[in-house]
Design a protein around this ligand. Sequence first.
Ligand SMILES: [Zn+2]
Length: 255
Amino acid sequence: MIDIGVNINHNDYLKDLEETLLQCHQAGVEGIICIASDLSESKKIQILCEKHPQMWFTLGCHPHQAKSWTTASAEKLNKLIEQKRPVAVGETGLDFNRNYSTREEQIYAFEQQIDIAKEHSLPLYLHERDAHQDMLTILKHHYHGEVKGVVHCFTGSKDALHAYLDLGLYIGITGWVCDERRGQDLQEAIPYIPNDKLLLETDAPYLLPRNIRPRPKRNHPKYLPWVAAEVARLKGIHVDDLVQQTQKNTSRLFF
Ligand SMILES: [Zn+2]
């Protein structure tokens, strides 16, 4: 299986990347998509992935880092994409929960990245928190018809899910679904995600699946099978079928 969301730029993984990849392999995680949070990290992971055929990358600027997006950023991102093509543009989107960047900064960076993704026919790697309506409005304004992309780390309700599916988006599910305290809305929404729109991710090192025993200190892409098992249980299908299906979805969207 392939983990479609790893924040690889973390000392725990980079101090011995071969070991990180070996542990993934031993857990049945044959590939990882490394997600970028800003343009300097984009450049770094683009280089990192060159030597590892089981690693892919996105290029873009996360809404938290939107304040670092300047009038020169679009051209920089275009250049990076031309150097070596990513599997998606992002993480990009809106996060009105923490507002590390202002709403205006987030919207500006987001809309520019949408234009770039369209120009290069790349999918969007979307991050949204507490900004569902604004995200829908912006996407509908920029796309006439289907939006190619994934709502990564979806944690919303059934209604939010249907609105994203109506746009044609894929839905990325993390270990949030294993959280007995705050994962309830998501758990109820899982059966409504069509099998051909579902993607699996850890968002490591964040969002450790809380059902792992003994509980590890930090998340790792090698824990993706825990996410897969929980999603399969909620959908009432065999985990092998789920993995096979999500693998197909990953290829269809990104490769
Ligand atoms: Zn995110």
